[in-house]
Write a protein that binds this ligand. Structure first.
Ligand SMILES: O=C(O)C1=C[C@@H](OP(=O)(O)O)[C@@H](O)[C@H](O)C1
Ligand SMILES: C=C(OP(=O)(O)O)C(=O)O
Length: 438
């Protein structure tokens, strides 16, 4: 279906950010591993988080959605796979990565797979790293990708992994490690990308009663100024149990980036509720980005206020810790004056799509001047209207719809926002941008 603008009226107002996708995945997985009943409030029910709920059910958690919350009776870490078929995780990289290590706690085989895009997501480093922990995870097509067969058994011990491809591997090992036979010591080798997602993992593990000891070393041989190429992080997780917890999911800064960017591009004033000042989400960086581009941002304890006159300027920005902002920032750049240089996002090439490639190709269709690099892109402001394709990537569909504030745009395969932000159309309408699927 095509996503396009139906009407634009009085851009601005008050809107609630949807619940965090990353915390929703983690909440249901940790509650499923806990010994007893957890109540999860304000969960995101999107295609991706439903994949996590479904796989947790298949592995033995009793999960009921009530009017108030998601009720999860956990397994105490004693998993059993009731599914005789491969478990379909649809488009969700987070579920595939986090559940690969967790599935080794099952007393029978588990096969995890997903849609065509998910079957392109790299899994090799994770499978290799958990081998040293006594976990057998193998790619059934022998290409380092899903479908992945995970055998029972998780001894624990010591292992290391490069942080340069996906932080989800690190979160996966951390989440599963307290339930291994002897606990885990994990070393993360540089460069550690998307680190705030691991901070979020540690944050919610603590809420579910699990302690992780953190340390780091500097390996001075090839030390650079920022230490980013010589820091080795260490995480020590003793054998311990998850304690059930009543947990409320905070708002999502990645999803909120579309709401905030709409105001920045068009001009206007809005309050976006449910965004917390002390959040651990790396995508909070959108606030700094918008401010640097020329919007006025006020951060309150639990909401963000934005004002803009619609005049934005290009900036230099490293998105190594906030790769999900890439397409939002690229669209902001295309609507700004001057040049924006985006760096640090080689890992955005292995997401739902190769996001550097897909974003550049779609912007080119709108006559945007840009240069593509291995780890980012340089974009000079100025676009026309036109027809683009989401390439099946939810963030591409949502970000490109913002161009509709100034130009006629149609996004083919535009319905994919259900992956992370099912009420995207309703939320955008609340701030005056009425979109439709035709
Ligand atoms: O752990 C998570 O919840 C996520 C980690 C990030 O992936 P990488 O660590 O692969 O960059 C991010 O892009 C993804 O949307 C969600
Ligand atoms: C990369 C993303 O998610 P995942 O890795 O869970 O597919 C995303 O939501 O942009």
């Amino acid at each position: 279906m095509k996503l396009k603008v139906k009407n634009i009226s009085n851009i601005g107002g008050v809107v609630k950010a949807p619940p965090s996708k990353s915390y929703s995945h983690r909440a249901v997985i940790l509650a499923s591993l806990a010994n007893g009943t957890s109540k999860l409030y304000d969960m995101l029910y999107s295609e991706d988080t439903l994949a996590s709920i479904n796989v947790c059910r298949s592995l033995g958690a009793k999960i009921t959605k009530t009017d108030e919350c998601l009720d999860v009776v956990g397994t105490g870490g004693k998993l059993h796979n009731s599914s005789t078929n491969p478990i379909d995780l649809a488009n969700s990289g987070t579920t595939l990565r986090l559940m690969t290590s967790v599935s080794a706690l099952s007393d029978n085989d588990v096969i995890l797979t997903g849609d065509e895009s998910l079957q392109t997501r790299p899994m090799g480093l994770l499978m290799e790293s958990v081998k040293s922990l006594g976990v057998t995870a193998e790619s059934l097509k022998d290409n380092g990708k899903a479908p992945i067969l995970i055998k029972p058994g998780y001894a624990g011990g010591e292992t290391n992994i490069s942080g340069s491809v996906s932080s989800q591997y690190i979160s996966s090992i951390l989440i599963s490690s307290p339930l291994s036979d002897e606990g885990v010591t994990l070393f993360v080798l540089p460069e550690f990308k998307s680190r705030p997602y691991v901070d979020m993992t540690l944050d919610i593990m603590k809420k579910f009663g699990v302690k992780v000891l953190k340390g780091f070393y500097i390996k001075h041989d090839d030390c650079t100024k920022e230490h980013k190429n010589c820091r080795i992080d260490e995480f020590k997780v003793k054998k311990q149990s998850y304690i059930p917890c009543d947990y409320t999911v905070e708002g999502d800064y990645s999803s909120a980036s579309y709401l905030l960017a709409a105001i920045a591009i068009n001009g206007g004033h809005a309050k976006v509720l449910n965004l917390f000042k002390n959040s651990k989400q790396g995508d909070k960086l959108i606030l700094e980005i918008l401010e640097k581009m020329g919007a006025d941002i006020t951060v309150h304890d639990d909401f963000v206020e934005i004002s803009s006159d619609g005049n934005l300027k290009g900036i230099d920005i490293n998105l190594s810790n906030a790769p999900d902002l890439l397409i939002t920032v690229a669209v902001l750049a295309a609507m700004a004056d001057g040049t924006t240089n985006i760096t640090g996002v080689n890992h955005a090439r292995v997401k739902e799509t190769d996001r550097i490639d897909t974003t550049c190709r779609q912007l080119e269709k709108l006559n945007c001047k840009l240069e593509e690099f291995e780890d980012g892109m340089s974009i000079t402001g100025g676009v026309t209207g036109g027809v683009v394709d989401s390439c099946g990537d939810h963030r591409l569909a949502m970000a490109f719809s913002l161009i509709g504030l100034k130009h006629d745009i149609e996004i083919d395969n535009g319905e994919v926002f259900d992956v992370s932000f099912p009420n995207f159309i309703e939320a955008m309408a609340e701030i005056g941008l009425e979109l439709e699927l035709v």
